[in-house]
Write a protein that binds this ligand. Structure first.
Ligand code: HDE
Length: 759
């Protein structure tokens, strides 16, 4: 028998356990003891889920704790107060008689309500909506030529915690809105914490931190009615970005498919700013950081994104957790683009301190330096995902900052935000924020202090605590700032001339996209500007688009019913960067979701076999049927149903297959009746939700089809059987082979309407 791949085996085991269709695995969701009656005697609590873990047990002073993380959580069979006093009732307040007034002396009531009243902390002012995971970063050793950072030595494994987020929405907003995504990574290195706080878009709206409140005020909901939530399609956003044209590049990325990722697992990440790496001899190199997803860079279509916002607002959060739970661990390679650290800090004419500019990969290739694997879900959202505190100034020896004015402002900002959000200066002691390096910081007291410091001399110099703590030199691990020259210059409030070009790089991005991606950009601008009320704001944005490309401008203008303006100057002709397009490459299909639509009359033996083969291909099969439970056929193993026609919607699946009828000549789902012309019968036999699923999947350019005589159903759904990526295969195996092939390209790109040639 063929040896099964570990990821496949894990996916298989968990799915079987979840669906009750296989051996139990300890701790898997549905393999836990069923909660029947409320127990009358204390019994062991349910075991934690195997995919979850909390932060590593470290003390507030960075010492490893010799206790299992579970011992740090609350336990014990009996309900107590916060002081540990056992309670006999938590359902009734203490009263003078059953109908009498409540007594002030009821401390349990007071404590319970007081604590509940304070359960919320302020959400992040930006990036409030997020999801996170634990993992490990394993270094290839290739960066040792440019940095002495211990985490980049060969084969070093560093624990990490990664938080993905949207920017604009509140904590409870939907995941698949059009927005930038945060990609923040905390590396718990032996030399202290290093945070790489990046985004999924390589440029930013502004060049100087002083404009951050302006762009965020413009993009957040309108202050009078607080609408729209988590959207950029409104007047204040488009007002600002058309007046402050350094935002053009980032905005164009937002309007491209990058603004609606398929999954956190299929997003690139970027450090955006240029950083400075330092090697053991003190030599420096300027770098930009890139995360490259192993699963490929994929996005949703706009219609899918909108449907998902209603159907499953937690889509990205769920996808991340499910993949990890299934053992299909998401992975990214960390890479760097390197540039000589010259006094000008430019590369091929691009100012490396300008965060609205990229350096095309064709000019400076991304060199892989290590692999990130996310392998555990947090065990408590608030303790970990909500309380994690990132800071671009958390650096380790070998990594330094540059004078990018946006980065400078960030170095200043993040401590402020944590103080407000986490309620005092001791947030580094919260378990998820604790360093794994020894701490002796002489910082004392303050709100929420949990360390019990020893000694009497938290000052230097001292003689009473033996002179400790001593300061280290570079040879024993001290962080030494690179002694870069600071130019003697007059104080000014000005941007350098090299920051002035706001349009060449947006044009470069536009020219690098494939025709179908350009169509999506046009549609996105037409949608967003179509939501703007003020005519002048629409017209002003068209003037910005005219500076990028006449075709883009004309198409959007046409959609808005407005005249297209001319550019104010001749357009530059930058060389396109093919690496910026998401179309054209092929990727592994691991973790992709294949929906198999079946009903009791279908070929269930083939469905069972297909499910197994989908698993063997490292993908996730979900059987969709009229009702929950199992599908049974005479003499065959019953097939477990994962989704019903009521709970399924096409957006969840990367491909959809219809199970054919068991006998040749029979058409499934009653579609035969339709072909015979009895339309009324058809409506009642082919469930309209199946037809909707098929037509949506077709419209979203997904592989769709089935085996056996399913063409009648496809036709009813308006899916032309001759169209690209539509398959009517003789058997399930052939159908799957074709699906796998198609999914390597993510979508059937040539099914989208082809874009007219660029003028
Ligand atoms: Fe942030 N940003 N930011 N930002 N940012 C925050 O810090 C800020 C910027 C980014 O998952 C806040 O802890 C300023 C660029 C991420 O917890 C706050 C400026 C980039 C996250 C803050 C920027 C980012 C934040 C809010 C302009 C991409 C989420 C909560 C100078 C490189 C981290 C918090 C998480 C969070 C300020 C610009 C990425 C208010 C002032 C550029 C991924 O401090």
């Amino acid at each position: 028998m063929k040896e099964s791949h570990p990821v496949k085996a894990a996916v298989d085991k968990v799915i079987d356990a979840v669906t009750g269709d296989g051996p139990e695995i300890p701790g898997a969701p549905n393999s836990r003891p069923p909660a029947l009656e409320e127990p009358t005697e204390p019994r062991e609590p349910l075991p934690p889920k195997p995919d979850q873990r909390g932060p590593e047990p470290y003390s507030p002073t960075g010492q490893p704790l010799d206790v299992p993380p579970s011992d740090l959580a609350q336990g014990g069979a009996y309900l107590t107060t916060a002081q540990g006093l056992r309670l006999r009732d938590t359902d009734h307040s203490l009263k003078a008689g059953p109908r009498g007034p409540v007594l002030l002396q009821d401390h349990h009531l007071r404590e319970k309500i007081m604590h509940f009243d304070h359960e919320r902390i302020p959400e992040r002012v930006v990036h409030a909506r997020g999801a996170a995971a634990h993992g490990v970063f394993k270094s290839y050793g290739t960066a040792t030529t440019v940095t002495k950072a211990a985490l980049f030595a060969k084969d070093v494994e560093t624990p990490v915690f990664v938080r993905f987020s949207t920017v604009l929405g509140s904590r409870g907003s939907a995941d698949t809105v059009r927005d930038t995504r945060g990609f923040a990574t905390k590396f718990y290195t032996t030399e202290g914490v290093w945070d790489l706080v990046g985004n999924n878009i390589p440029v930013f709206f502004i060049q100087d931190a002083i404009k951050f409140p302006d762009i965020i005020h413009a993009a957040k909901p309108h202050p009078d009615r607080e609408i729209p939530q988590a959207q950029s399609a409104h007047d204040t956003f488009w007002d600002f970005v058309s007046l402050h044209t350094e935002a053009t590049h980032h905005t164009l990325w937002n309007m491209s498919d990058r603004g609606i990722p398929r999954s956190y697992r299929t997003m690139e990440g970027f450090g955006i700013h240029t950083f400075r790496l330092v090697d053991a001899a003190g030599a420096t190199t300027l770098v930009k950081f890139h995360w490259k997803p192993k699963a490929g860079v994929h996005s949703l279509t706009w219609e899918e994104a909108q449907l998902i916002n209603g159907m499953d607002p937690d889509f990205h959060r769920r996808d991340l957790a499910d993949a990890i739970e299934a053992g299909a661990y998401p992975q990214w390679e960390l890479g760097i683009q390197t540039f000589p650290d010259t006094p000008e800090q430019t590369f091929e004419g691009i100012d490396l301190l300008d965060p609205t500019k990229i350096v095309p990969e064709e000019l400076a290739p991304v060199q892989p330096i290590g692999l990130l694997t996310l392998n555990a879900n947090p065990s408590n959202f608030f303790a970990e995902t909500e309380q994690v505190a990132f800071h671009p100034g958390h650096l380790v020896p070998g990594i330094d900052v540059t004078d990018d004015p946006l980065l400078a402002g960030r170095l200043f900002s993040y401590l402020d935000t944590q103080l407000t959000r986490l309620g005092g200066p001791n947030f580094a002691q919260i378990p998820i924020n604790r360093t794994h390096a020894p701490v002796n910081d002489m910082l004392r007291d303050g709100m929420h202090q949990t360390a019990v410091h020893q000694g009497v001399a938290p000052y230097r110099p001292n003689s009473l605590d033996g002179g400790c703590p001593f300061v280290a030199g570079a040879q024993n691990g001290a962080y030494v700032e690179v002694p870069v020259e600071v130019a003697a210059a007059p104080k000014v409030r000005e941007a350098p001339a090299s920051f002035a070009d706001h349009f060449t790089q947006p044009r470069l991005f536009w020219l690098s996209l494939s025709p179908v991606e350009r169509e999506h950009v046009i549609a996105a601008y037409t949608f967003e500007l179509g939501k703007v009320y003020e005519q002048t704001i629409k017209e002003r944005n068209l003037r910005v688009l005219a500076e990028i490309d006449p075709h883009l401008c004309r198409q959007v203008a046409q959609g808005l019913g407005l005249p297209a303006p001319e550019p104010s100057q001749p357009l530059p002709n930058p060389r396109p960067s093919p690496a910026l397009s998401q179309v054209g490459d092929t990727w592994p299909v691991t973790g992709r979701i294949v929906g198999i639509i079946a009903d009791g009359d279908g070929d269930l033996r083939a469905v069972s076999a297909l499910r197994q083969e989908v698993l063997d291909a490292g993908m996730v099969p979900l059987v969709i049927a009229p009702t929950g439970g199992t599908l049974a056929a005479d003499g065959d193993e019953p097939v477990t149903v994962q989704r019903t026609f009521a709970t399924a919607r096409s957006v969840e699946f990367d491909a959809l297959l219809l199970a054919g009828a068991p006998a040749p000549g029979l058409d499934a789902y009653g579609a035969r009746d339709a072909k015979a012309g009895t339309a009324t019968i058809t409506e009642t036999v082919v469930d309209p939700r199946v037809l909707l699923m098929l037509s949506e999947a077709y419209r979203h350019a997904k592989p769709v089809g089935g085996w056996g005589d399913v063409s009648g159903v496809l036709e009813l759904a308006g899916v032309p059987t001759q169209a690209p990526g539509v398959l009517v295969a003789p058997d399930a195996q052939t159908a799957l082979r074709e699906i796998v092939q198609l999914l390597t390209e993510h979508r059937v790109w040539n099914r989208f309407p082809s874009a007219p040639a660029l003028s």
